[in-house]
Design a protein around this ligand. Structure first.
Ligand SMILES: Cc1ncc(COP(=O)(O)O)c(C=O)c1O
Length: 438
């Protein structure tokens, strides 16, 4: 196999190409590697295959649609599946959020939501609201909007100044106070006050268009909000007429045992960005679910017969993606997968925290079917400890995990069973111990 031509995303290309880790097929909870091993999927691919790999109903829907109509434009045209997919998604979303703008992934979803926020204020005659507020260690994809509101230096430093007028809340990770918390961490709700007391005080609330946060920061290592934190953000945004956007690209579709994290936390934002689990990752798709009132503002403020929002993608509501989304949303309901995740979360938590006393384990954090295991770094080596464990897991333990810096992040498909959960943490535990001796 010639590995030269594929410039791999978020990958150490030269290192990878010396010993490629290849997956060739998938079924249920497992991948099959190119050397024929069954690999237990501890990460739902990339936080996205929530239902199960190759679900027959989703596969059949995509096959059928590919034969029926490969593509149809959605600029001044439409097709029935686009409206059906939007209705189904709206029905699953928290009440009041029921207008759906389709795109192709999470990054486009984030940039779409930020653009809707800016345009919304402008169209209301409040064009002075141009600032966007994100959060340190936030990940909002790789578009210019997303990296600007995102809080990961590594994702920004190669790309110039990014968007102007952006500021960031502090992140709520505090291992000293909250280490090994089970579920939500006890301390840190006051960090939400930084919005009003620092950022709005500094910039003037009347200049701020939107605040965007992930309810749980996934990509930077499972950072959980203290109880009441998201509610405080909601209250402050409402007080000052600022839109609140939840980036639920990871937390959407059952990860916390509810349709969205907004349901889990009982906090309704003005827009939800989702992707990944929307189609069970079988066809790329993202969406922004906006409040009816945002949509109505555009409809009422724009002259009739004129485009209300100058934004869209050739593949917005692609027929294959819509077919996959409709089938996936049905599967979640028919198989009761969100409840299943909720019921499994105690066992998942117990199994995760059994690794607590292993060498180099600095913290374990979990909620729903998400877990982060943070390790002490090793300054004398070029590879992080977590990366060495990831390799060991893949080659020797037959489990797929994900790492970011020195943190292992786990987010298995929601159909995982107790035996597989025990297997997952058991094998990771072995890898942690073996790495410590190496
Ligand atoms: C919270 C969040 N937002 C946005 C994205 C970007 O999604 P995509 O990679 O589909 O563009 C991700 C990807 O992991 C994410 O976790």
């Amino acid at each position: 196999m010639n590995t030269e031509h594929f410039w791999m995303p978020f990958t150490a290309n030269r290192q990878f190409k010396q010993k490629p880790r290849l997956l060739e097929s998938a079924n249920g909870m497992h991948y099959t590697s190119s050397d024929g091993r069954k690999i237990l999927d501890g990460t739902a691919g990339l936080w996205c295959v929530n239902a199960v790999h190759n679900h027959p109903k989703i596969v059949a829907a995509i096959e059928k649609q590919a034969r029926t109509m490969d593509y149809a434009p959605c600029f001044q045209m439409g097709h029935p599946l686009a409206f059906e997919a939007a209705s189904k998604l709206a029905a699953m979303a928290p009440s009041g959020l029921n207008r759906v703008f389709f795109c192709n992934d999470g990054s486009e979803g984030v940039d779409t939501a930020l653009k809707i926020a800016l345009a919304y204020h402008k169209i209301r005659g409040d064009a002075g609201r141009y600032r966007l507020i994100g959060r340190e260690r936030g990940y909002h994809g790789v578009g210019f909007g997303g990296i600007s509101v995102g809080g990961i230096a590594g994702n920004r430093k190669q790309f110039g100044a990014a968007l102007a007028g952006v500021d960031h809340l502090p992140h709520p990770l505090n291992i000293e106070k909250n280490g090994f918390s089970k579920g939500l961490p006890e301390h840190g709700v006051e960090l939400a006050d930084a919005l009003e007391q620092r950022l709005l005080a500094l910039h003037d609330p009347s200049t701020v268009a939107a605040v965007i946060v992930e309810p749980i920061q996934g990509s930077t290592g499972v950072i959980l909000p203290p109880p009441g934190y998201l509610k405080k953000l909601r209250e402050t945004c409402s007080k000052y007429g600022i839109l609140l956007i939840f980036d639920e690209v990871i937390t959407g579709f059952g990860r916390l045992g509810s349709p969205f994290a907004a349901d889990y936390f009982g906090v309704v934002p003005d827009m939800i960005v989702c992707a990944k689990g929307l189609t069970n990752a079988a066809v790329p798709m993202g969406a922004v679910i906006a409040s009816e009132s945002i949509y109505n503002t555009f409809m009422q403020a724009s002259p009739e017969n004129q485009i209300e929002l100058f934004h869209g993608y050739t593949y917005s509501a692609h027929p294959l993606a819509c077919a996959a989304a409709i089938a996936t949303l049905d599967v979640y309901v028919e198989e009761n997968l969100f409840d299943r995740a909720a019921k499994l979360s105690d066992f998942f938590e117990q199994s995760a925290h059994q690794l607590r006393d292993l060498p180099n384990v600095k913290d374990i954090r979990n909620l729903g079917l998400v877990c982060g295991i943070e390790l002490h770094g090793q300054s004398h080596k070029t590879c992080t400890r977590a990366y060495e464990i990831f390799e060991k897991c893949f080659w020797e333990k037959d489990v797929l995990i994900r790492t970011t810096g020195d943190i292992i992040a786990l987010s298995p498909p929601l159909i995982i069973n107790e035996e597989q959960i025990a297997q997952l943490f058991g094998r990771i535990g072995e890898a942690i111990q073996e790495q410590a001796k190496s």
